[in-house]
Design a binder for this molecule. Structure first.
Ligand SMILES: [Zn+2]
Ligand SMILES: [Zn+2]
Ligand SMILES: [Zn+2]
Length: 152
């Protein structure tokens, strides 16, 4: 596993390079979807730091903005790199209410929320819920559509 990218990111934000930061950041870089603490631990295997250290490292990475807390599911926080978000808003995350899978919607941009009530909105993080393409097809199929000519 190559750690170049992680070291590069740490240098960019002038965060001291420690083995744990590099390892955890590399785990996030290699992950295809946001991961939680347990998944980070699992991907690092035997060399993984303990739970508390992982949280501490994540916190330092979040402070610099290279890592974002993407969402919370089942009381578990999921983390990802911040490079697919803007300073003002994170890309939304979509959770399917049927298969419970959560996905990043990197191509979706929502208008910033506005308040005329004295609230100054600095950051927006939106969570969407519904049916993923797989599940919405399954629902259509099972309810029997008008032209019931398919399926033997
Ligand atoms: Zn984000
Ligand atoms: Zn689904
Ligand atoms: Zn995401």
């Amino acid at each position: 596993m190559t750690t170049d990218k992680a070291e590069e990111l740490l240098a960019e934000v002038k965060l001291r390079r420690t083995r744990q930061r590099v390892d955890i950041l590399t785990a996030l870089i290699n992950a295809k979807a946001p991961v939680n603490q347990a998944q980070i631990m699992e991907s690092l295997g035997k060399s993984s730091p303990n739970k508390v250290t992982i949280y501490r490292v994540l916190e330092s990475l979040i402070e610099t903005g290279i890592v974002h807390q993407a969402y919370i599911q089942d009381r578990c926080a999921y983390y990802e790199l911040g490079h697919n978000c803007t300073a003002q808003q994170c890309h939304p995350h979509f959770t399917c209410i049927s298969c419970k899978e959560t996905r990043c919607m990197k191509d979706v941009e929502l208008p910033m929320a506005k308040s005329s009530d004295g609230f100054v909105i600095k950051h927006q993080q939106v969570r969407l819920e519904g049916l993923c393409p797989n599940c919405s097809q399954a629902v259509e199929g099972s309810t029997g559509n008008q032209a019931g000519t398919t399926n033997g």
